[in-house]
Ligand binder design. Structure first.
Ligand SMILES: Nc1ncnc2c1ncn2[C@@H]1O[C@H](COP(=O)(O)OP(=O)(O)OP(=O)(O)O)[C@@H](O)[C@H]1O
Ligand SMILES: [Mg+2]
Length: 366
């Protein structure tokens, strides 16, 4: 998977820009607020028809512009393709593949795939479990449509059950449906748990291998944590279900008393350890960043194994806080696919031994 060229017109702070990319490493440097992340965003937009940071698509249209246009020349499985996006104020966004209009953004899926690393992903190591669940969910949703379907039903059921527990005192009749929701949530949890456990089982050794080289010898451990009563998360959903129902039953009273959902896969976590110590408590900034990046790079390997082709890697501002050896790893030793890296300090790129460096200034690549 590769982006060979991109045309941007009226996208964010870009006027009209055409750029050819390197099949290997593309380093995008420049001062703050010049358009480095905007360029990554343009590539990402064509993978799924959404931005990773805009709340509304209209934010993507340049100030004073009526519309925005993106056109990427990509190589997917050895086939040249053209992907286009058109955005206008007050009109639905449009996507085209090789000139043919796509009905919805979801038809973009699978044409150009990317693994994205944003500065906030660093918090995945340090913060609460939600960000680590998001990591598992994002990757599994891309790789396994059945997981995406189960997760979306799970979220709906979870919201319903939360509403029942929250409003139970004003409307006691809501409680009639509670048992049904409890059961369905356990059923769906058993499916999610199976997928997550298998995902982490494949991801962990790959991430550990990458982290070892990246850090010069640190051991990265990833352990999937789920509902306590589950004896073997890798077992069949039918075996896990009774164990989840037992946990649910044991917490039924506490749920009614607290008004909170206490049992289910929504509380899962991914434990990250570096050299045997929980990274959440003990990792340094650089270690946390290295671990998060190793996990993302391992995610890329899972995509590669699945599709026989590496997705494009989009790394926003990852070089800061890394020492020279770790920066060198990112710039020169990841390999095996196309990479886009933004960074502020052009000096860091002195170590780049292949690929290409672009400098962005005020929405123009100079
Ligand atoms: N719709 C828009 N029209 C015009 N300019 C915009 C639009 N949206 C964002 N910008 C501007 O684009 C500029 C560059 O944004 P971008 O996030 O790409 O910067 P950056 O080079 O990644 O900077 P940093 O190093 O701080 O991350 C910002 O000044 C922002 O105000
Ligand atoms: Mg930026």
């Amino acid at each position: 998977m590769r982006v060979d060229s991109m045309i941007l017109e009226g996208f964010r702070n870009y006027g009209t820009q055409q750029v050819e990319f390197d099949p290997g490493v593309n380093v995008i440097t420049g001062d703050n607020a010049q358009g480095k992340t905007n360029l990554l965003e343009s590539v990402y937009f064509l993978t799924c028809g959404r931005s990773f940071r805009a709340r509304y698509d209209r934010e993507l249209i340049g100030f004073g512009h009526e519309k925005a246009y993106l056109c990427a020349g990509i190589d997917s499985g050895g086939r040249q393709q053209k992907l286009e996006a058109k955005l206008s104020h007050g009109v639905r966004k449009q996507f085209f593949a090789n000139g043919a209009r796509l009905k919805t953004a979801s038809e973009l899926s699978g044409r150009l795939t990317a693994v994205l690393f944003l500065p906030d992903d660093l918090y995945m190591v340090r913060e609460g479990a939600a960000s680590r669940r998001r990591l598992m969910d994002n990757c599994l949703c891309q790789l396994r449509p059945a997981y995406a379907a189960a997760l979306s039903e799970f979220s709906r059921c979870y919201e319903q059950k939360t509403r029942i527990l929250r409003d139970r005192l004003e409307k006691p009749s809501l409680l009639d449906a509670l048992d049904e929701y409890n059961y369905r949530l356990c059923e769906l949890s058993s499916v999610l748990i199976g997928y997550r456990a298998r995902f982490i089982k494949t991801l962990a050794p790959k991430a550990a291998e990458i982290h070892r080289e990246f850090s010069g010898g640190e051991e990265l451990g990833l352990v999937y944590r789920t509902v306590k009563t589950v004896e073997d998360a890798l077992a069949q959903p039918s075996e896990i279900l009774p164990q989840l129902l037992a946990h649910q039953e044991a917490h039924k009273r506490a749920e009614l008393e607290s008004g909170l959902c206490l049992s289910g896969a929504h509380k899962d976590d991914l434990e990250i350890c570096i050299n045997g110590n929980p990274a959440k408590e003990y990792a340094s900034q650089g270690q946390a960043r290295t671990a998060a990046l190793s996990i993302k790079l391992a995610e890329r390997e899972l995509h590669r194994a699945d599709r026989n082709e590496a997705p494009v890697l989009l790394l926003d501002d990852v070089l800061s806080e890394l020492d020279a050896q770790r920066q060198n790893f990112i710039l020169n030793r990841i390999g095996g696919g196309q990479i886009f890296i933004t960074c502020c300090d052009g000096g860091r790129t002195a170590e780049l031994t292949g690929g290409r460096i672009y400098t962005v200034k005020g929405g123009t690549i100079v």
